[in-house]
Design a protein around this ligand. Structure first.
Ligand code: SF4
Ligand code: SF4
Length: 239
């Protein structure tokens, strides 16, 4: 079996192919450990619990976010680091900027509100392992690096659903209205968390609280502008 890895070493990025011969590796993570122990000790990657709980080993496999510890490798797959994270070395990325988006939760009021949604209905959001797969899958981060991202918005929804808080204010800019509702975060999540739905629910809660999509305001301004009568040069009708 061969494994292709997009490597970054000493500021240089390049693709390298490793042959594991007939070695019987069960997971991509065990293949990475085998390469490191037998072929190249400098290979660097994230790893923790090795059982899908800690989220440390998320990588891209042929462009799809995947936990290396729960993926059975196939020949010629390309393994790359997660998107939108600075690469420290090889497959190891710096998650600090992505995780800094969680700082908006510091001000949350943690007292439960019995009038809010049943806590059990949003229990799955607490299964997040901060693997950052959803963040890597989100196309909005390609154009707006300040976007809060799916895992943080999912946590905001969890808090908003079960208790009173002031968090809605914090997600109006670079938050819920920037999301395109493409659903890539939901597809990428190994825990089955539906961030797209959580963001949809946050939009609804925001609208009930008097917030609105700022893009609609911009569109209204466009419609109010007079762009004049088009001259089609065809005697009067244009199509
Ligand atoms: S649904 Fe929204 S948050 Fe999720 S990946 Fe798409 S744009 Fe990003
Ligand atoms: S919501 Fe899912 S994909 Fe996103 S960080 Fe949490 S566990 Fe990973």
């Amino acid at each position: 079996m061969t494994i292709n890895i997009l490597r970054t070493q000493d500021g240089k990025t390049y693709q390298e192919e490793f042959s594991l011969g007939h070695s019987k590796v069960t997971t991509l993570l065990s293949a990475l450990y085998e390469i490191k122990s037998k072929l190249d000790p400098t290979l660097t990657f994230g790893s923790g619990c090795r059982s899908g709980i800690c989220g440390s080993c998320a990588v891209l496999v042929d462009g799809k976010e995947t936990l290396a510890c729960s993926h059975k490798p196939s020949a010629d797959e390309l393994i790359e680091p997660l998107r939108y994270h600075p690469v420290i070395r090889d497959l190891k990325v710096d998650k600090s900027k992505a995780h800094a988006t969680l700082s908006i939760l510091k001000s949350v009021d943690l007292s439960p509100d019995p009038k809010k949604i049943d806590e059990q209905k949003t229990k799955i959001q607490t299964d997040c392992i901060l693997c950052d797969s959803c963040y890597s899958a989100c196309p909005v981060l390609a154009v707006n690096s300040d976007f809060l991202g799916p895992f943080t918005l999912t946590r905001v929804y969890r808090y908003e659903a079960i208790q009173s808080s002031n968090l809605l204010e914090s997600i109006q800019t670079n938050g819920i209205w920037d999301c395109t509702l493409c659903g890539e975060c939901t597809i990428a999540c190994p825990q089955g968390i539906d961030s797209k739905m959580d963001i949809t629910m946050l939009r609804s809660l925001s609208a009930q609280a008097g917030h609105s999509d700022p893009n609609f305001g911009a569109m209204g301004t466009m419609e109010a502008m007079d762009f004049g009568t088009p001259d089609f040069g065809d005697g009067g009708f244009g199509f």
